[in-house]
Design a protein around this ligand. Sequence first.
Ligand code: NAD
Length: 279
Amino acid sequence: MEIKGKKIFITGAASGIGRSTAIATARLGARLFLTDINKSGLEETVQMITAGGGEVCKHKAFNIADYNEVKSFADEIHSEFGSMDIIMNIAGIAVWGLVENFTHSYWQKVINVNLWGPIHSIECFAPAMVHAGKGGHIVNVSSAAGLTGAPWHIAYSATKWALVGISEVLRYDMMQHNIGVTVVCPGAVDTPLKNTIEILGIDANSEKMKNLKQRFSGHAISPDKAAELIIKGVEKKKFLVITSFDIKAVYFFKHHFFPVYHFIMIRISKLLNSVAAKS
Ligand SMILES: NC(=O)c1ccc[n+]([C@@H]2O[C@H](COP(=O)([O-])OP(=O)(O)OC[C@H]3O[C@@H](n4cnc5c(N)ncnc54)[C@H](O)[C@@H]3O)[C@@H](O)[C@H]2O)c1
């Protein structure tokens, strides 16, 4: 699907992949509808886009986990501008940890933002897209942790695997309406997420933790590159977009040579456990 002239709803537009995708789609001539919980970051994105001659039709800061907020923004948009052509669910948070450190409030927090968030967006925006009968596209940003049993990702993986499942069902349900679906599974992307990530049981300021973050940034792609791959996915109507080679390799091994995948997962698990033990 071509981006030019399309009405696009984007969550998580204040930072990282969401901001880069908003800016890149605006450059291609999209008409944007943006949201994020971070009001100042969202305003900054809007300014960056409008300064570059792009069009943000509407933006509003709220918590994507709050159904009433999403519904009211969707109603406002639909009454003024009609249905969206493209929905992009990008907002998310990262909390890692071993199951013994995952108290109920952490499970709730991750599931509320990473799973209920995209569900709210889909339930409030997709039916109007279907009823408009003009086709469209839905993008769900999952993760490498949505394709693998990545150690320490228990709650995060629960939401990201669910998003892969939702995307797969939507892929077939939406075909009859000419609405495409792309599920994006990034590996490491160098975004401000690395500063907000919570790793339960590990001191965020420990040397080991800093080393871990450096190692992450060392093989991460930029958010602009992730945005480019997302847009290409929409344009080419690609279902699965894996943004980095290492995750493509792990995914390949999982399906075609499981012992290698198993070995990699054990190595990651040992690495994280040793960081926890020494922090
Ligand atoms: N950065 C990575 O390495 C990586 C890897 C795999 C998947 N992802 C996924 O990519 C997506 C974007 O992450 P990013 O790396 O750009 O991180 P980021 O922190 O830069 O951006 C995430 C955005 O989501 C917003 N957000 C968080 N909670 C929200 C809420 N309750 N309501 C509304 N907005 C909220 C944040 O304010 C932020 O602007 C996330 O879904 C993340 O899980 C990121």
